[in-house]
Structures are given as structure tokens and as C-alpha cells.
Design a protein around this ligand. Sequence first.
Ligand SMILES: Cc1cc2nc3c(=O)[nH]c(=O)nc-3n(C[C@H](O)[C@H](O)[C@H](O)COP(=O)(O)OP(=O)(O)OC[C@H]3O[C@@H](n4cnc5c(N)ncnc54)[C@H](O)[C@@H]3O)c2cc1C
Length: 528
Amino acid sequence: MLQRLNDATEWDIIIIGGGATGLGTAVDAATRGYKTLLLEQHDFAKGTSSRSTKLVHGGVRYLAQGNIKLVKEALKERGLLLKNAPHLTNNLSFVLPCYSLWQKIYYGIGLKIYDVMAGKLGLGKTKIINAKKTKELLTTIDIKKLSGAIIYQDGQFDDARLAVNLAQTAAENGATVLNYCKVIKLVKASDRPEQAVNGFYRSAKEKICGVVVQDNISGKEYALKCKAVINATGIFTDEILQMDNAAAEKIVSPSQGIHLVVDKKFFPGSNAMMIPETEDGRVLFAVPWHNKVVLGTTDTPIESHSLEPKPLEEEISFILHHINKQLDVDIVRTDVKSVFAGLRPLVKKGASEKTALMPRDHTIIVSNSGLVTITGGKWTTYRKMADDVLNKTVVIARLEKRTCVTENLKIHGWVNQTDTKDALHFYGADAAGIQALCIKDATLSELIHPALPNIKAEVIWAIQNEMAITIEDVLARRTRLLFLDAKAAIEAAPGVAQLMVKEMAKDNTWVQQQLSSFYAVAKQYLVA
Ligand SMILES: Cc1cc2nc3c(=O)[nH]c(=O)nc-3n(C[C@H](O)[C@H](O)[C@H](O)COP(=O)(O)OP(=O)(O)OC[C@H]3O[C@@H](n4cnc5c(N)ncnc54)[C@H](O)[C@@H]3O)c2cc1C
């Protein structure tokens, strides 16, 4: 795919950013038949898109705010994603503990409405249960003062694996998708020659007609021509807006959310817990995921942003305090297997009111140069966001109009039935390919680390089929070791490096560089 950058031909659409938004847009653009290129500066989903709470949801929070249209749209997207990527998603029961009859009525009615709003794509009926039944479902919950609970259904997924499968879906439909390629410049041309009008020069409008991209592995630069550029860079949105126009107003204010991952023994069983309101009015979840439990999240406005945001001490204490309040066991810092932080690209209120072209959770902005920016939204609605931004881009770049076909598009790996007991079920149809590697070489069925079910063949598969280039790609986003158990991931890294060095024909210097950069990242996921 990198070689295609040497062709002098013009791309219809270049997408900057390989998170949920950019990858969804690449799938949509490629399946509409546009010549599509997606450029990601680091790895796919390195940014916010690997750091979510892993929920495919309508957003109960929006329902409480009365934003019915938004919830309805997200519930439709939830249903579509569960159908189109069954290997990566599942229907999950959420238990919402209640401490008074009033809470049972209030949340019970709210969540019944949530269920009804999903219509045919609903995942199951909302029920009200008593305290005894609640204790059976959440065995570690503190039953004192508990009046009962509401059980409702929502969706769950593996975010980074969905990102990788979307990249594959886009590529299979003709798109070129590249990780480790950073856009460093936007190229512009006048939309008409300078000309005198009534003796005065009318300055020509500068329109975007290409980008300069740097291959972050080789350092090589490419100048590429295109008809349209879409900025889907999440928390980096302002950097691209200012690359386009140095005076552009900043529109994004990042808000950090962290998650703690703990052992399943704190939440045995298969149900999630939802705390609808913490002391300061936030929603908190405990969600079973890959045989561990994800606790989160927080909402902390921050000044600066990075690809590897740092969890704050007070965020860790906040989550432990509120989760422990519900339980009759105590989760302490040393029980935390991994902590990860993500940044929401929240659009500043003024900016979204002034510039939003649609009243949605996401914001689309068209700059004078023709640059189309999309930001905000959530993973659940990535497909709808892609549809919206492409409809806008087609008009702006005067591309031939073509209809969106992603509503029923099967995502790479789609299978009719998955056996969730099979450790490889997240690969869907690709599981057979991984098993075939093990048949060729029996050592590849060995575990990467004794604490987790991932096998060595997954490393080889990730290199050969999923564009994994670094140890971090393998341990953080192709497998999820770093997010599930940071200490295990650190211990597994030398073994993974040995598999990679052979498969990729690298040398010892590469191994040393890779290990030291992986350790630098991974130590942030440890809670000391
Ligand atoms: C704590 C938290 C929990 C969440 N939980 C959920 C949830 O449970 N369910 C849900 O539906 N949503 C959830 N969300 C929201 C969801 O994760 C985000 O809406 C989504 O991941 C944003 O994707 P994105 O593609 O816009 O941004 P990103 O994933 O950040 O992608 C932007 C990409 O652009 C790349 N980039 C930047 N500059 C350049 C450049 N110059 N050249 C090339 N590439 C560049 C970056 O490297 C990055 O990979 C959560 C968000 C947070 C923060």
C-alpha cells in the first residue's frame, strides 16, 4: 500500500486520522467507490479509539437530558454494529443498583423507554428485580440498604480490534490505509488565476488539493494530490485546522477519562454494573471484558493533549472510592492490573453552535479551503458519522454523488456464529487462519504469557495480516495484553520481540529499541 503513494494519480478523498472516525469514513468512501487513502500518524486506534469503556450504547445519559433523537440514532447504530460485527460485539446485561422505591420507579421507567426506543433492534427487555436477586447477579454487591435493581441490555465490543477490522474492510473494498504515516502539510492551489476586476485584484481562494505525508518509519516524504481532505484527527483536530489556517480558532477542549482493570474475582458472573450517579453526578461502570473487569470512567478537563495521556492520582482514587462504596469487598491499588487514559475531543460550546452543520453529538466543519473536519461523537455512531461527513464532502469537492452502503455491510471477520468460550472468537472468520499457523508450527500454540489466553500465532497473524509493526501494536491493540494486565505485557515483551525479529527479518538493535520504547509506554499502565 505504501508503494501506491508513488503513483502520481489523484486521490478522490484523503482521510487524516486512523481512529474510529477516520476508519469508518474510509470504509464508507471505499464502498461508495471513491479512490480513498487513509493516513494515520501512529498505529490504528492509538488515540482515543483504543481507550473507550467498550460499550456500544445509545447513551442513557442523553436520555436523562431528554435528547431523544440522539439516543434513537445511537440505538439504531448499536443494533447495526451487533449485526455487522458479531465476532467483536456482544449483548450484555447491566445491573443498576437502586436504594429506594423512587429510584426503582425513576430508572425503571427511563430504561424501559430506552429499550422501547431501540424498536426491532432492541437487545432484550428491561426488568426490575429485588435485592435478593440483585445479590445473585452481582455476588460482591453490598446488600445493606439495597432495595433492588434494574436490569437492562446494552452492547459491548473490543474497540481496537474493531479499528483493525475496519482498516481491513476498507482495504478489501479498494482503499489504501496506512499506519505510521503523518500528514505534515496541506497543499493548496488557487481556485482560479489571479485576475484584475475593475482595475482591482481579486485574490484567488486557496483550495486544498493535496497533502504532504511523512512515513514515520523510513522518514520518506510523499506529496499527494487529491480532490478532498477529511480531518478526522480527534484531539488533534485543531493542529490540522491550524495547518490549514494559522489563525483558525481552536475548537476542541480535551476531557480525560481513565479506566482501571481488575480481576474477575471482584465481579464474578457475566453481568455489568452501572452506577447512574456518583457524588458529583457522573455515570460509572464495571464491565466484564476479556475475563477481567473494566472500571470507569472519569471526566477531567485538561489543558494539553498527547497520544499517551497520563492517568491522574485523583482519578484512580475516585474510581476505587465509588466502586468500593457498592461492594462488600475492597478493591485496593495493588489489585489494579492496568490503568489507561483516553481523551474525549469535546467541541467547545461556542464553536459547535457557530460552526456545526448538523445538530448532532458530532460536529462537521467546512473551512474556506474546502478542508472538511469531523469531530466529537462516539464509537457507537462511527458509521453514521462517516455517512454524514461523506455526504458533506461529496458536495464540497464536487464528487459524483453515490449512496452510502454501510448499513448492512459485514465487517472483516464477520461470522454467522461465535463460540465465546473459544479464546480466538474475537477474530471471527480469521480464527481459522490462526489455527492453521499452529498446525504448521506447534510452538505457535504456546501462550504469550501464562496469565492470559493469547497464543504466539496471534503475533505472527498480526504481522502478516493486520499491519502490526511494533511490539506495542501487538501487545496493546492486536492483542489487548497491555490493557488487561500491564505487568504481564511487560514480561511478555521479550518473547514477542523474538517472534517479531524472525518474522520481520530485523536485528538485535531493533529489538533493543523496540523493548525500550515499549517499556516506556507500558510503565504508565502500572498502578504503583
Ligand atoms: C474515556 C472514554 C470512554 C469512552 N467510552 C466510549 C464507549 O464506551 N462507547 C462509545 O461508543 N464511545 C466511547 N468513547 C468515545 C469514543 O472512544 C471516541 O468518540 C472515538 O474513539 C473518537 O475517535 P476519533 O477517530 O475521532 O479519534 P481518535 O481515536 O483519537 O483518532 C484520531 C487519530 O488521528 C491521528 N492523527 C492526528 N494527527 C494526525 C496527522 N497529522 N496525520 C495522521 N494522523 C493523525 C491520531 O494519531 C489518532 O489515531 C469514549 C471516549 C473516552 C475518552
